[in-house]
Design a binder for this molecule. Structure first.
Ligand code: GLC
Length: 781
């Protein structure tokens, strides 16, 4: 690769243009403090679009020469630029050494592509670091103590430094700790030093890689195998500010239907109507709440998407109605592979539309996935997305409440009888999506499929909130779908790995995500299931799922005492719903994740930044899951401030490392002193109006909490209520505003027996409870 330098610059309409021999660049500034650097090859024009970015308002740049180059200002934002050698200094990050490799991996000329994609360059390299193909790379000077977060769904610990991460969505069946990439591609990085966070978003769908001080300890490298290099600089300095700005750019989720935050049960597969009824009956018999039952691939007729097997599911609307009467929704899987079969309406209508991906000879690309033979819709085209959305009609008419998109990396078991190219089995990089190569669209395939599904559901189920779960995705996926982390295993190691994996997904904008509880492959046991279900009660998405080849792991699978522990965990999830729903509404408004690493709220605590096996749910709950078999206590870090043991009410001041008791019937959990958590009774609610609404307060001089209330479905108005409180050492007074129709309770943790209260009260073992009257309650000691 050769270094890129620029000979000159000009400012035009507030944009800075840089001129070089083979490459040109443009620097733009936007309201909110963003900068965008776009570099492109001279053989291309400058008009690069984006699949995900909603551009903020442009801010004109002002340039002022300085010793080493230019000082650029746009509103309050500032950046220093050097022309030769090219470099940018921004928010304490030094970006330099821009390199280009001109092999035309991006051309649509078949022969050139065949040669070039065989050995791809900016991203994949030979052992000696020699580049083989085309694209751009930019380097980032390292600094001691810097940590890296984000990058979506990854194996490993929370801090991503010290490895190289590829963005190339893959069917990561049997994912191992060393494996990369997995199913999602998120070219978004948070660089974090000395309490300061800022984001780097590479808005490129082509294969890209982030080498984080791996090959060279002194510098990191961001590389893409495509004709342009489109990098957004997303300012902080707080982690929450980075997330707010990044999600403003790539999209935020919509408000989920309330039921989606409940407990979900899945299995590959519940093969027929009777097995579904049997499972739901057992939930009733064991008094375990259930929000949705999921149908995996065997509900279909011969793996033909949008069909039901007429033998095993003879009357889907009736089954769905029966379950609905018990408050249980049905979610069905839909894969992208369409069976190529004459007379099958989905295939026939797709062919008529010319909807399917082509091979390099411009013929329909035929391969195999669950259906054999299969073809793949080209979701990069809007008319294909509309057509796909419309195909959901029979499922929606049967009453299906949500759609599960799988195999959308896209995964292929075979393609045209050839060996399939690339890491993870997928379509060949030179397959065609209209004018585009699969190499350009590959990483977007899951996002675009989810978009088609989401928009289809929004249209077909007007007035109701679409619920889509996806395995594959790209930055911005949260706008269309929730994400689960694919095929993990029933191993303690995989349960442990789910924590940093979900935290980094959240730090990449994916607020709603979860891992298969109990593990997908392999055989769970009672203790693993109990511990994992307790952890899963804090995942934004809580679903137990397992593979055909593994033993059953529904809550009752291992008998007592495990059944009791699993039941308690699931019931606890329902108690948490008002808090989860309030955080969900915050995610919709500001892009904040629900599950947050400790450093998110304690950025200046270096100890907190190193913790990867604990997390915060919102700002007020700290969970420390037990991640080893046989463990009955564990070490926990409590950051600065006061914390109340959620179970005993004992107070602990942070920062401190404490040894927490961790019996099997609960998860070590703390509530932040001064918080008021909105909780509920442990049953599935009809609406998010909560009757009663239980404010669980950890008393302090000032108390603050919030709850978001609405119908839990549809697009009617919501209501944000606040609970404020003051405690003067002998009297605590709380006020809820506005006052709502249902009952509201004040519950105190770790309180002594009070002398008096505003109304008759209950007191037992440090737990105090009184009803709010006209939005107020007080307690005196
Ligand atoms: C894939 C999915 C898994 C699903 C299976 C069958 O492996 O990741 O969740 O159960 O396919 O559809």
């Amino acid at each position: 690769m050769r270094s890129v330098n620029f000979d000159g610059y000009r400012l035009e309409d507030g944009v800075l243009w840089l001129e070089g021999a083979q490459s040109q660049a443009r620097l733009e500034a936007y309201a909110g403090g963003y900068w965008r650097l776009l570099v492109w090859h001279r053989s291309r024009d400058a008009g690069k679009g984006s699949w995900v970015v909603r551009r903020p308002e442009a801010v004109p740049i002002e340039a002022e020469p300085e010793a080493a180059g230019l000082r650029l200002r746009a509103g309050a934002a500032e950046l220093h630029l050097r022309l030769a050698p090219f470099g940018l200094d921004w928010a304490g990050l030094a970006l330099a050494d821009l390199q280009v490799d001109e092999l035309p991996t991006w051309t649509t000329d078949a022969a050139a592509v065949a040669e070039a994609v065989a050995g791809v360059g900016a991203v994949r390299e030979t052992e000696d670091g020699h580049a083989l193909g085309g694209g751009y790379a930019l380097h980032l000077q390292e600094r001691d103590g810097r940590r890296y977060f984000g990058l979506g769904e990854r194996t490993g610990f929370l801090d991503k430094k010290g490895r190289r991460w590829l963005n190339w969505t893959a069917d990561a069946f049997e994912q191992q700790p060393k494996d990369d990439p997995l199913y999602q591609a998120h070219p978004f990085l948070i660089a974090f030093d000395e309490g300061q966070a800022r984001g780097l978003f590479l808005d490129e769908s082509w294969k890209s890689a982030f080498d984080l001080a791996f090959r060279e300890p002194g510098r990191s490298r961001i590389a893409v195998e495509g004709p342009t290099f489109d990098l957004w600089l997303v300012p902080g300095p707080e982690p929450a500010a980075v997330l707010e700005r990044f999600t403003a750019l790539v999209g935020r989720p919509g408000l989920p239907p309330l039921w989606a935050l409940g407990y979900h049960q899945c299995r590959w597969s519940y093969p027929d109507e009777d097995s579904v009824r049997e499972v739901v009956r057992k939930f009733e018999r064991h008094e375990i709440p259930l929000s949705a039952l999921w149908l995996d691939i065997d509900y279909m007729d011969g793996y033909k998407v949008f069909t039901f097997s007429p033998h095993r599911f003879p009357d889907p609307p009736r089954l769905v109605r029966e379950l609905a009467e018990k408050g249980v929704r049905v979610v069905t899987i839909v894969d992208p592979g369409v069976k190529k079969e004459a007379g099958y309406s989905v295939y026939e209508s797709g062919r008529k539309l010319d909807a399917f991906v082509k091979n390099r000879r411009e013929e329909e690309l035929v391969g195999e996935v669950w259906p054999k033979p299969a073809v793949w819709p080209d979701f990069s085209r809007p008319e294909v997305r509309r057509w796909w959305g419309e195909q959901h009609r029979p499922l929606v008419e049967a009453g299906v409440a949500g759609i599960w998109n799988d195999m959308n990396e896209p995964a292929a078991f075979a393609v045209e009888g050839d060996e399939v190219f690339g890491i993870g089995k997928t379509l060949p990089s030179d397959a065609r999506h209209g004018e585009r190569l699969h190499a350009e669209v590959h990483n977007l395939y899951g996002l675009l499929m989810s978009r088609a599904t989401h928009e289809g559901l929004a249209h077909l189920r007007e007035g109701r909130r679409p619920f889509v779960l996806t395995r594959s995705g790209f930055s911005g996926i949260q706008h269309y779908a929730w994400v689960w982390t694919g095929d993990n295993g029933s191993y303690w190691e995989h349960m442990a790995m789910s924590v940093p994996m979900l935290l980094n997904l959240g730090l990449s904008g994916v607020a709603f995500c979860g891992a298969d509880i109990g593990g997908f492959r392999g055989d769970a046991d009672g203790e693993l299931l109990a511990r994992w279900t307790w952890l899963g009660a804090f995942y934004p998405f809580m679903r137990n799922h397992s593979a055909k080849t593994s033993r059953r792991q529904e809550p009752w699978a291992f008998g007592e005492p495990w059944l009791g522990h699993v039941r308690e965990a699931i019931r606890f999830r329902y108690r948490l719903l008002p808090y989860l729903y309030t955080l969900a509404e915050e995610a919709v408004r500001t892009g904040q994740p629900l599950m947050r690493p400790l450093f998110y709220h304690f950025p200046n605590d270096p100890e907190a930044a190193a913790v990867h096996d604990q997390f915060l749910l919102g700002p007020d709950l700290l969970a420390a899951p037990v991640l080893q078999p046989g463990a009955r206590r564990r070490l926990v870090y409590l950051p600065e401030g006061g914390w109340r043991d959620f179970w005993t009410g004992a107070e602990q001041a942070g920062p401190a490392w404490v040894v927490a008791e961790a019996p099997l019937d609960r998860i070590p959990l703390w509530q932040r002193v001064g918080s008021a958590l909105p909780l509920s009774v442990p049953e599935p609610p009809a609406q998010a109006h909560w009757d009663p609404l239980i404010w669980r307060v950890a008393p302090a001089a000032h108390v603050l909490g919030a709850a978001y209330l609405d119908e839990g479905e549809g697009d009617g108005a919501g209501l944000r209520v606040r609970l404020t409180g003051r405690y003067d050492g002998s009297r605590l007074l709380v006020t809820q505003e506005p006052v709502t129709d249902g009952r509201a309770w004040l519950e105190l943790v770790g309180a002594d027996e009070p002398r008096r209260a505003s109304a008759p009260f209950e007191y037992e073992d440090g737990r105090f409870r009184v009803e709010l009257q006209a939005g107020e309650a007080w307690v005196e000691w």
